[in-house]
Design a protein around this ligand. Sequence first.
Ligand SMILES: Nc1ncnc2c1ncn2[C@@H]1O[C@H](COP(=O)(O)OP(=O)(O)OP(=O)(O)O)[C@@H](O)[C@H]1O
Length: 548
Amino acid sequence: MTAAVMASDGSYDPVISKLITSLKESEGLSDEQDLGFLQNLLQSKELNALVNVHSKVAKINKDDRIAPLLSSSMQSLLFAHDAIAQKDFYPHLPEIPVEVDEDEETIKIVQLVKSNEPLGATIKTDEETGKIIIARIMHGGAADRSGLIHVGDEVIEVNNINVEGKTPGDVLQILQNSEGTITFKLVPSDGKLDQRESKVRVKAYFDYEPENDPYIPCKEAGLGFVRGDILHIVSQDDSYWWQARKEGEKTTRAGLIPSRALQERRILHERTAKEPNGEAKKGSCASICATPPGSPNPNNPCRGPKTKKIMYDTAENDDFDRELIATYEEVAKLYPRPGVFRPIVLIGAPGIGRNELKRRLVARDPEKYKSPVPYTTRSMRPGEVAGREYLFVTREKMEADIAAGKFIEYGEYKGHLYGTSGESVKSIVNAGCVCVLSPHYQALKTLRTAQLKPYIVHIRPPATFESLKQTRTKARAKSTFDETNSRGFTDDEFQEMIKSDERINFLYGHFCDDEILNGDLTEAFEKLVELAAKSESEPLWAPTSWVQ
Ligand SMILES: Nc1ncnc2c1ncn2[C@@H]1O[C@H](COP(=O)(O)OP(=O)(O)OP(=O)(O)O)[C@@H](O)[C@H]1O
């Protein structure tokens, strides 16, 4: 189209006028609708405005008056853009000289500034090649955070000192003697091992002191802990040495701890060494019984018969327990469920005060805290009410139920069976109450299940023999070792309590969630109230299988 402009007075550009005229002349030749459409288009303001713009631009072009829009800076910018787009920004390197050995290994040089913080890596001599290699990188340590050193990297030089033929101890010496910056010359490992953190948490069942462990690869890299600590296992890559942090500790660097497999081996080794003829002692009892619960004393419905008269051998059962190898237990947080309370289980040495504390807790809020009524095969005595002191059953029925595993604890006393059924505990829990139990400590094996999820408290004697004797004497405590329950404890019985407590702690302490030193009775009870509230309201660590 040439310059056909609609004049400002509204007249059409001559070419458009011509087109409109020829359209009118062609009337009758075409479809009326098409003609109408074309006429409207040619006469429309929009088309005429466009024709107008086109004519003006064509005229300017003809006059050659359009100057280049790009300033020199704009041009530079566009050149830069093009260069980047074409990735034309690398330095131009000379061709590789022909004499370069293509087999030569890639070497990386890593510089780290020495500080008080350990490097967080261990080295070892590769058994096959004899070379010094990075054995492990501690999670969160300086080496790990640098992201430059990896497990399997070969160390060639440290601060320009060639380490070929040197021992890991020699290299450590070089590191210790160096000041300021430490420079490593390393041959990178082929594949970088996966260093992702695991989420596993374990409860430690033993104490560990790396400084006293002759086998730890690096004492400084070790993490000490005590039984009951919750450990976050960040790496189990090494089958002998795991990396862990203490749960809740701010420190970011992980430390080395013996793996479960290594610790189990050590325990077995220790036991074998202790046994005569070098053989580990076999467990001598397969079934686990417990003290008969229940009360022959109507004035104290919580009191059980005296442990002295129990018809089974406690020591044999303890041998069985000793065979269990306690290392770590995988744990997770167990959150409280509204209206469903964990049973509170008080264990401890006979006579230590479990029943006294249980009785006080139940008396404090009888609608909330309840103790299950025990079963017995003995006949009802005058003044007793079935279902209050005991649930009375025949021996046949009780034996059948014991065989069917329905009792969480049972025992025999003066020819009669006594026991607490799992069903009694469940019905208290299902009623929305807190079940409080004070069984014999060996009952823990049947009680500590995902189904019951007990919160276990170890009731322990005060720190000294004197304070144990003094508190009991002052309160005129009655000896539970005495059949008639009419005299105080003897010194031998106090000694027996302390010995028995140590044994329980050794065999079962790791199963306990908390402990109470039962010296001053008021303080011990206050602590129990506090722990009961904690078990009802706080998320607490429990075996992982209970949480799933
Ligand atoms: N802290 C304490 N101070 C003084 N006396 C206490 C204390 N704790 C418990 N007693 C008293 O010691 C005696 C034994 O306590 P309790 O019957 O509760 O022991 P137990 O652990 O249930 O033992 P068993 O299993 O042999 O029955 C009771 O007379 C009790 O009142």
